[in-house]
Design a protein around this ligand. Structure first.
Ligand SMILES: [Fe+2]
Ligand SMILES: [Fe+2]
Length: 174
């Protein structure tokens, strides 16, 4: 949902000290830069996704789980702070739920003016996995995490990729 749920619940987008500790535990400096260049609402969404996975895994650390948590914290880095307005998040979130195929028609690269900004939101929504994965690759992030970022909205048959399934399930809950 990329923060739509948080927005509609009017929950304040703010990281708590416990969240900052989690970021310190899981992210290196380049990853932290990528995390903090997102808007507060997307930072909190990614944090919620990571915490959902941790809750369900029972906080037992393993190499595999660490990778999914890092991917959860970074999965929406392709949405750069300022890309989405309150209205564009609202439109994009609704269209994605009701008529996802319409997004391609509405997507537009430029963002001048109210409707263009909304249409730019559709462009970002469609392209953020690819854009985020390029950004992560340039920053030297583990290729397995780059791959999870790139595929986080891909449709996969059940059980084909356990790590991606974990990330997608938690993303859908938040
Ligand atoms: Fe997300
Ligand atoms: Fe996403």
């Amino acid at each position: 949902m990329g923060g739509l749920k948080r927005m509609l619940s009017f929950k304040k987008a703010e990281l708590l000290p416990v969240d900052l500790k989690l970021i310190d535990d899981y992210l290196d400096e380049p990853s932290k830069f990528l995390f903090f260049q997102m808007s507060k609402i997307d930072q909190c969404h990614c944090m919620d996704v990571a915490k959902t996975i941790l809750n369900e895994a029972g906080y037992t650390r393993s190499l595999k789980l660490d990778k999914v948590i890092k991917a959860a914290l970074l999965h929406d880095i392709g949405k750069i702070d300022g890309d989405l307005t309150f209205c564009s998040r609202l439109f994009v979130g609704l269209v994605r739920r009701v008529m996802p195929e319409l997004r391609r028609k509405l997507a537009k690269k430029s963002s001048n003016g109210f409707w263009s900004k909304i249409r730019y939101g559709f462009y970002v929504d469609l392209n953020h996995p690819l854009r985020g994965s390029h950004m992560a690759r340039i920053f030297g992030i583990d290729p397995a995490i780059v791959s999870l970022i790139r595929r986080h909205h891909d449709r996969l048959p059940d059980g084909q990729d356990e790590e991606l399934a974990l990330l997608q399930t938690a993303d859908n809950k938040n």
